[in-house]
Design a protein around this ligand. Structure first.
Ligand code: PBG
Ligand code: ZN
Length: 324
C-alpha cells in the first residue's frame, strides 16, 4: 500500500496507539549495575571521568546496593581495587581480597541482590595485563589456572555468577571445570565472549586503576573491524559451558549484538562501557543534550538490537527514571 492509501503517521498520532504498537520497552529487570570496591572504611571517591560513579569502601558499597534494590534492580557487577599489585595477581584470588570481602558484605546485608563478579587479573597485576606475562608476552595457558582460581574464590565468597573478562582462550572451560570439581556446578558463567580492544574503556581504567603498563590489549581483545570472529568467540564459549554471552562495548557494536542474538541460542548481555557513559554525561553537563532522554534512548537501542540484559553505569538512574 502506498500513499495516500497508506499513511504511516496514523498510528503515531495518539499516545495510546504509540503504546499499543511499541515493540521494545525497558524495565528495571534489564539492567545490571557495575560497582567498584576499594579497601578501607567511609570512603566514597568520585571517579572524575564518570560523573555520578564512585570507588566505594564496603560500607558505602552496601548502601549503594541497598539503593539499587530499592529501585528494583536485580543484579550488580563487582570490580575490586586491591591494596597491592604483583606479577602473580595474588590479591585476585585471596580469600580476604577486596572483591571477596565485598561479596560477603553485600550478600550479608542485601541477600536478595544477585552478585556477579568480574573475573580478571588486570587490576591485580603490577603490569596491568589481563593474563600472566612471560618475556614481554601475554602467556595464554599460564593464565588459565589463576583465572579459574580467581573465579573459584569468588564463588566461595558467595558470588551468584562469575563473569570472566580476560579474553584468554579456553578460560570458560577451565572455570567451568574448576567450579564443577569444587561443588559449584550451579554457579553460571557470563562470558565476556566478544570483547573488543576498545578506546571506550578509557574512563574505566582510571576508575579501576587497570591500565596496562606496557603495550596494549590488542593481542587478546578483538579487532573492532571484525564480526565473523564474534561468532567464533561466542560459539567457542558456548561449547565450553558459558551460560550468558556478552558483547562489549555496546553502542558501537549494536550490529554484533543483533548478529549474536540471531545466531546464538543463549541469553545475550551487552556491556555499555565507561566511555559510553562518559560521553553522554559530558554532553549533558555541557548542556548540549537532554541527558536523561539520551540515556533512555541509548539503553532502548541496545535492547532493540537484541540484548537480553544490559550492564550499565546508568542502571540506578535509569531504574529511578522508570519508577517515576
Ligand atoms: C577488565 C575489564 C575492563 C572493563 C571491564 N573489565 C577494562 C579493559 O579490558 O581494559 C571495561 C569496562 C568499562 O569500560 O566500563 N578486564
Ligand atoms: Zn582484564
Amino acid at each position: 500500500m502506498l500513499f495516500p492509501d497508506f499513511r504511516a503517521r496514523r498510528l503515531r498520532e495518539k499516545e495510546a496507539f504509540r503504546r499499543m504498537i511499541r515493540e521494545t520497552t525497558l524495565t528495571v529487570d534489564d539492567f545490571i549495575l557495575p560497582l567498584f570496591a576499594i579497601e578501607g572504611k567511609g570512603i566514597k571517591n568520585p571517579i572524575a571521568s564518570m560523573p555520578g560513579q564512585f570507588q566505594l569502601t564496603c560500607d558505602y558499597l552496601v548502601k549503594t546496593v541497598q539503593e539499587a534494590q530499592d529501585a528494583g534492580l536485580a543484579a550488580v557487577m563487582l570490580f575490586g581495587l586491591p591494596d597491592k599489585k604483583d606479577p602473580l595477581a595474588t590479591r585476585a584470588y585471596a580469600s580476604d581480597g577486596i572483591v571477596q570481602k565485598a561479596i560477603k558484605a553485600v550478600k550479608d546485608a542485601v541477600p536478595g541482590m544477585a552478585v556477579i563478579t568480574d573475573v580478571c587479573l588486570c587490576q591485580y597485576t603490577d603490569h596491568g595485563h589481563c593474563g600472566m606475562v612471560e618475556n614481554g608476552r601475554i602467556d595464554n595457558d599460564a593464565s588459565l589456572e589463576l583465572i579459574a582460581k580467581t573465579a573459584l574464590s569468588h564463588a566461595k565468597a558467595g558470588a551468584d555468577m562469575v563473569a570472566p573478562s580476560d579474553m584468554m582462550d579456553g578460560r570458560v572451560g577451565e572455570i567451568r571445570d574448576t567450579l564443577d570439581e569444587e561443588g559449584f556446578s550451579d554457579i553460571p558463567i557470563m562470558s565476556y565472549a566478544v570483547k573488543y580492544a576498545s578506546a571506550y574503556y578509557g574512563p574505566f581504567r582510571q576508575a579501576a586503576d587497570s591500565a596496562p603498563q606496557f603495550g596494549d590489549r590488542r593481542s587478546y581483545q578483538m579487532d573492532p573491524a571484525n564480526s565473523l570472529e564474534a561468532i567464533r568467540e561466542a560459539t567457542m564459549d558456548v561449547e565450553e559451558g558459558a551460560d550468558i554471552i556478552m558483547v562489549k562495548p555496546a553502542l558501537p557494536y549494536l550490529d554484533i549484538i543483533r548478529r549474536l542474538k540471531d545466531e546464538i541460542d543463549l541469553p545475550i548481555a551487552a556491556y555499555s562501557v565507561s566511555g559510553e557513559y562518559a560521553m553522554i554525561k559530558a554532553a549533558e553537563l555541557m548542556g548540549w543534550v537532554d541527558g536523561k532522554k539520551v540515556m533512555m534512548e541509548t539503553l532502548l537501542s541496545i535492547k532493540r538490537a537484541g540484548a537480553d540484559t544490559i550492564l550499565t553505569y546508568f542502571a540506578l538512574e535509569a531504574a529511578r527514571e522508570l519508577n517515576r
